[in-house]
Write a protein that binds this ligand. Sequence first.
Ligand code: ATP
Ligand code: MG
Length: 439
Amino acid sequence: MRLTNYFLPVLKESPSDAEIISHQLMMRAGMISQSSSGIYSWLPLGLRVLKKIESIVREEQDFAGVNEILMPTIQPAELWKESGRYEDYGKEMLRINDRQDREMLYGPTNEEQVTDIFRRSIKSYKELPQLLYHIQWKFRDELRPRFGVMRGREFLMKDAYSFDLDKQQSEISYNKFFVCYLKTFQRLELKAIPMAAETGPIGGDLSHEFIIISKTGESDIYFDSKLLEQENELLNIDYSKDLSILVNSYKELYAVSDEKFNQDDFDKNVSKESQTKSKGIEVGHIFSFGTKYSEAMKAKVLNSDGKQSTVFMGSYGIGISRLVGAIIESSNDEKGIVWPKSVAPYDIGLINLKYKDNKISSISEDIYQKLSESGFEVLYDDKNDNPGVKFSRMDLIGIPHQVIVGNKALSDSIIEVKDRKSGDLTEVKIENLTSFFKK
Ligand code: ATP
Ligand code: MG
């Protein structure tokens, strides 16, 4: 992509209502444009990152054997009346009446909708388990939308749902998602810690929030620092195997957010030197809730004795749009965003320092063509701006590698490659550039 042809409305100053660094940088880097409180348009640069995160999340759901579907954003109120949540959800739910005056709503989540899909077609235990997910916009009329896309009103979520015959089977599904989340966040280059969360009246230990440490996070978290050292090779994980040992290696280390915190438990389970208190951002939540919705909505299958049996369910969310902000919170410096390679909007930012020089421009053009043909995603700064403007803009938008073409390209066939994260500069012969990036 050429910058002369790109919609990248960078700002010199961050807007005064942007309180945290990720919101400031997203606005300054022209990633989003506010529509109304907690509602944003995604501009080209922001949309690319959103899509990259979305595809990693999708790939890992698919790899774990979860089926992608797409449910509507607008749902009928009847389903929510069946589950009893139509009243409970209160003002956070956006309620709409259609022209026939039927009650509709903009979905804040999809348990009811997916349970309805399930009960219409699945009638036998032989067809279980069923694992379904979708990636769809949600609306929650949050009391305090803030921090840009981190607590929006309209936001993009991956939500998955599991249907199993009994509690034991549903734990197998739960573990699958647990591991799938570890792997997803690992690919996003984030350290997300699974923390025991409130399970409500159902009880048990089958609810975890995945939280990344960040001083701007909204949750207080308390955990055993040994969790930070947990590293597992998950690339070729086999989801058909028993995953409980892996899951238990996390569960047995103390980690809770404030609502579950208890000082006595903390002291009993974690040595003083490993006790860690911090703030964190919730990026995912997995929850096994048994028959809460299936009971109310009569989602049953025939079991092996030929009797009707209410299915056990779980739901599993990842905040895709929140992740864009969360990743910036954990990866930035005084110059701007520092994208992890896995989600960077482009691989390489190419800077032509001498746009008025025909020879240097033609060298830059050539480099742009070659790198693009080799499969790299390149953002080419072909604008007629001074070097200072070009450098600070490229640093701000955080592309992992910069290729800087100046006078030396002409005299010695050499360009500079800058690593955005370390700031290290390397001189590379132009003819070796493609192989330099391939290694
Ligand atoms: P929170 O405690 O932050 O309000 P929640 O418990 O209401 O979140 P869930 O219902 O578990 O959230 O939703 C699953 C995921 O969706 C969350 O882990 C989070 O990443 C994301 N999410 C929830 N609410 C928002 C929001 N208002 N804006 C952006 N992302 C959100
Ligand atoms: Mg939650």
